[in-house]
Design a binder for this molecule. Structure first.
Ligand code: BDP
Length: 721
């Protein structure tokens, strides 16, 4: 090789290494980035307190703990940190239960450990025989795992860990992701690619993603996953698929995550060749019993079923004149001996009942209170219609004291801009959780219903419809990750503030820079309200385009069901707009406690964000700003667009503080969001103007297109349908 060739070769080699080392920020690592701690002082402190790690025991969960600590600390501290299984003189960080670790046992932490239950943990700076330790202690290995991730969060957000005195446990028992994933890998209302479950290659091929999914979930306390769509396919209950389910369950088990499936109610007919799926038929019962027993031979800790029955065309007990309780109890009975549960969804609205859809779940379920078996939870969406950008809390919360009610949130942004709009959902989740049902007087919040404390239920749960797909960054929009993160954190502890959760996420996902964190937090905190304003301000709802649910369609009418149209919900006329749900209208308001009714029944005291949800209001009625309703709507729609533009400015100003890849990605998404916000604003205002017959205030931006043009837009092949 000539000198020039040698030089060229060396140069190419150099370039190759440079590329290999500079990891592109493609978002795959989520909030689990273990890069060198930048703050020198903190780094010193961490090296001192964590340099030698001891995890005694070799169970699968403790192995996960070891591996995670080794990987994380090596990355964060910048040099190889070995985790040892034996106590040495140099031991600094110790993790274990009194049963697995002699050192933890010697610390006599029993009284404190009593407080943290089966999943909680202690994180302590502890002196023992003249030596200082950082201790992760728990009653169970799962608790140790959660404590480990808590400590890693402290490190990733660069907190002081010198005087740790953390005692922490989850408020809700089941913290579950619902995947609306089909067996062909399409995802209903999924906007981040295809399903991460590669059914074709399972059980033989275990994708690294399954492990990273489990790590991410364990890091935020999620302890269950429903693998399949609520619009269920009974095929998943066949041996061919149960083998695949088993493979996933085996991957997730060490991370404390149980697997659940959706049960198609007609499976005894489809798979068992029975003539009926009547829940009171002995053969049907026997079929389910055998099926459940079979599932447990594959997955001994199988969690149970989520069921969507007699809803949107799905089969259910009502096909046989049986009640939802009959259906749920039949499944519960066969699951009970195995420790499984039934999560029976309350998202029902009848084809034949021409009543306000808002009222139907309550009408059907409230009379069943007290008739469900102990291992049934009724899973209720946050609001009575369907995951709209804003809904008042569902009237079932507080109305079924004898039944554990599980919360169902939607993390995937079906109605909030899907995979392209930035909408941080923690404030929305919290708004519902903090709402007061007044079921047992003031302070009976939805959160207390859901965590079981209000009515002393032994089981409790929160489910979130996942926004995860096989996109390299998991969630399409980089900020979609924050919603997955926030759901887990709030399911664990709904008292955390949205701001605090945002801060954690920003620091772990981008950086802890004091010039970045508050700016991004501000963007996130205002983002959901921005969406509400440019889509459905002041209590408007269900204005989206047919089927795709992405863009505006306030003109949608004449569909197979009135309550699948927009005109059914906004009820705009020349006089005014809004759905009268008071006594003079559908009286859905009567389903709430008297204290809630008292506040919402009067347009003067009804919070403006719910005004048109409960009232039909005249275009000229005065609003709190002093403007007429029409003008106020124009201002809100325009304000929504302005908020997106403010987010764009903020994001632009952060160039250089965020890696190029993700900065560019978010910048492009914000441009889409700005365009879509205008689309929503202009289409809705032009359409409503045909009723209000009033001008858009002079000082506001004028619509760019005509109503006819907007009405002709029909997105093709939208994702997630
Ligand atoms: C609606 C979705 C639909 C779901 C349904 C449900 O549009 O795809 O199947 O909810 O929750 O939001 O069952």
């Amino acid at each position: 090789m000539s000198k020039t060739h040698l030089f060229r070769f060396a140069f190419l080699l150099f370039l190759f290494f440079c590329q290999g080392n500079a990891q592109a920020e493609d978002g795959y690592r989520l909030w689990q980035r273990y890069d060198l701690v930048q703050d020198k002082e903190r780094l010193q402190q961490y090296r001192k307190s964590l340099g030698q790690v001891v995890v005694q025991g070799a169970s699968p969960t403790l192995t996960v703990v070891k591996e995670e600590l080794e990987m994380a600390l090596t990355g964060l501290l910048g040099s190889k940190v070995a985790v040892s299984g034996a106590v040495s003189k140099k031991a600094a960080l110790v993790a274990g239960t009194p049963a697995t670790s002699s050192l933890v046992k010697d610390l006599s932490l029993e009284p404190q450990l009593k407080e943290v239950g089966q999943e909680g943990f202690l994180l302590l700076s502890q002196k023992h025989k003249g030596k200082s330790y950082t201790v992760i202690a728990a009653n169970t290995e799962k608790g140790v795992l959660y404590g480990t991730f808590h400590l890693l969060r402290l490190l990733k957000t660069q907190q002081d860990i010198q005087n740790l005195k953390v005692s922490n446990s989850p408020k809700t028992k089941l913290r579950i992701l619902n995947h609306w994933d089909n067996l062909d890998r399409t995802v209903e209302r999924g906007y981040a690619g295809f399903s991460i479950w590669d059914w074709h290659k399972l059980p033989d091929y275990i994708d690294q993603r399954y492990l990273d999914y489990a790590r991410a979930n364990a890091s935020i306390g999620i302890n269950g996953t429903v693998l399949t769509n609520v619009n269920a396919n009974s095929l998943v209950l066949t041996p061919e698929y149960l083998k695949k389910v088993k493979a996933l369950a085996d991957v997730f088990r060490p991370y404390g995550i149980k697997v659940y499936l959706t049960a198609r109610f007609s499976s005894p007919i489809e798979l068992g060749k029975l003539k009926t799926a009547d829940p009171l038929n002995p053969e049907v019962k026997e079929w389910w019993k055998n099926k459940v027993n079979e599932i447990y031979t594959y997955v001994p800790d199988f969690g149970g079923f989520t069921v969507k029955a007699n809803s949107e065309g799905q089969p259910g007990p009502q096909n046989y004149n049986r009640s939802h309780a009959d259906g749920a109890n039949m499944l519960a009975e066969v699951l009970a001996p195995k420790g499984g549960i039934v999560m029976w969804r309350a998202f029902v609205y009848d084809n034949n009942v021409p009543d306000d859809r808002h009222k139907q779940a309550y009408t059907e379920f409230k009379p069943l209170d007290g008739t469900f078996k102990g291992n049934v939870m009724v899973q209720v969406k946050n609001g009575a219609i369907d995951f709209q950008p804003r809904e008042p809390f569902h009237p079932l919360f507080g109305a079924m004291p004898k039944t554990p009610l599980m919360m169902e949130f939607q993390i995937t942004q079906e109605y909030l801009g899907q995979g392209t709009h930035l909408a941080y959902l923690a404030p929305m989740f919290k708004e519902t959780l903090e709402a007061d049902t007044y079921a047992k007087g003031k302070g009976s919040t939805v959160a207390k219903v859901v965590d079981g404390s209000l009515d002393r239920h032994p089981i409790s749960g929160m489910a979130g419809v996942a926004n995860i797909g096989n996109d390299i960054n998991w969630t399409s929009h980089p900020f979609g990750q924050a919603n997955w993160y926030a759901f887990g954190r709030l399911a664990w502890d709904y008292d955390l503030t949205s701001e605090a959760i945002a801060d954690e996420w920003i620091k772990m996902t981008f950086s802890s820079s004091p010039s970045l964190v508050p700016a991004v937090r501000k963007m996130m905190m205002g983002s959901r309200e921005a969406v509400v304003n440019y889509m459905t301000p002041m209590g408007l709802h269900h204005l989206m385009g047919w089927s795709h649910h992405y863009g505006p369609g306030p003109w949608i009418k004449d569909k197979p069901r009135a309550d699948w149209t927009s005109v059914y919900y906004h009820r705009a006329t020349e006089k005014g707009i809004g759905f009268d749900r008071t006594k003079t209208g559908s009286n859905a308001l009567s389903q709430y406690a008297p204290e809630v009714q008292a506040q919402w029944q009067n347009p003067a005291t009804c919070p403006e964000e719910f005004l048109l949800w409960f009232h039909h209001v005249a275009w000229d009625a005065k609003t709190k700003s002093g403007r007429t309703l029409w003008d106020e709507l124009c201002y809100r729609y325009s304000g929504g667009v302005d908020s997106v533009r403010t987010m764009q400015k903020t994001w632009d100003s952060l160039a250089g503080q965020v890696d190029k890849e993700r900065h560019h990605q978010v910048k492009q998404y914000l441009a889409i969001q700005e365009k879509d916000a205008r689309w929503w604003r202009d289409a809705c205002l032009l359409y409503f103007q045909t009723f209000s017959k009033r001008p858009i205030p002079q000082e506001l931006e004028k619509p760019q297109g005509t109503l006819e043009e907007y009405m002709k837009i029909e997105p093709k092949f939208s994702p997630g349908i």
